[in-house]
Design a protein around this ligand. Sequence first.
Ligand code: DI6
Ligand code: FE
Length: 409
Amino acid sequence: MGGENRKSGLRLWRNARLATLAQGAPGLGIVEKGAIAVRDGLIIYAGAEADMPAAALHGAETVDCEGRWITPGLIDCHTHLVYAGNRANEFEMRLAGATYEEVARAGGGIVSSVKSLRAASESELVAQTLPRLDALIAEGVTSVEVKSGYGLDLENEKKSLRAARRLGEERPVTIRTTCLAAHALPPEAKGDKDAFIDLVAETILPAVAAQGLADAVDGFCEGIAFSPEQMARVFDKAKALGLPVKLHADQLSNLHGAELAARYGALSADHLEYTDEAGAEAMARAGTVAGILPGAFYFIRETKKPPIELFRHHGVKMAVATDSNPGTSPLTSLLLTMNMAATLFGMTVDECLAGVTREAARALGLLDKAGTLEAGKSADLAIWDIERPAELVYRMGFNPLHARIWRGQ
Ligand code: DI6
Ligand code: FE
């Protein structure tokens, strides 16, 4: 019996304190004397140890957590992790007084990362990205969204998405890919945004969809990028191809990107510094998650904060993510990101922790598989050497991860 259970991959983590983040549970869904049972990589029980169906677990491979806290594995639901080189030079320009928009208009910005990415092979891209992914994984991250958007032509967008998929073969982590071809105008488009949007909608998206390279479609709706009308064309095509959408919205100005995203039933609208009440209402009605990205706000020294209070008031779910990218958020710590969301935006500990677990899963369309400690979900766990969950948000630059479990391993 015991031997059979071992063979069937039955595993038990006991003597733990759980922050289940279970849907409908108050706060963090805390269980003080908890246990988690896992079979074949899926959670079959998460709750009070005393209530566990003990007989069925006889002979399970058991880990005594010695009172440590277990949360769902963390989820980074917005990254541009795949890129080549870096933009430390632009950081120095900005320190000397240039703004992010000025650097972009002077031919730096996203376009300089496009040059570097086009010059790199797929294997070089993977090799350059793995240290960033490893930094996330070291803090208990078990799922990561990865966008393209530095290729900006068919071959290089496909190369980026293939590199992103390969990350999930190189490391024990769930990767969700997003095609962000509508990120910036490449030099060869010679200023013709509409023609480039044609290329995205008529060539890049269909090819990427046909090859199964993207799980979703994103765009940058902004004065320095694409208009709401141009993004709508991209979204119409994404919908026709059966791909969910999301949007970089209202980051530097209010083009009503939040409403546009909501109109298309977007999984999430992200950044949102300039979103107004109509935008928050539209997102609430559509069930579009707000992706809160304090790393970019901090790094480009934005002063306008996203309207957290409006999101709360209207019941918009909030995810928290690194936005890891070479230009505006060279950040590979989801723990530090939570601290920023709390300190800079006034999000609570519970909101921050939900933002990197349950709400991040929702923002990726993964809530049925991950993001909470509930039976039926993937056994993605983070086990922490902490006395209380607030420590995960409170510290800066300290990693209390004790162990990380992905799909039961
Ligand atoms: N908004 C951002 O903050 C990043 N992309 C986007 O659409 C910036 C990406 C970069 O500067 O490389
Ligand atoms: Fe981004």
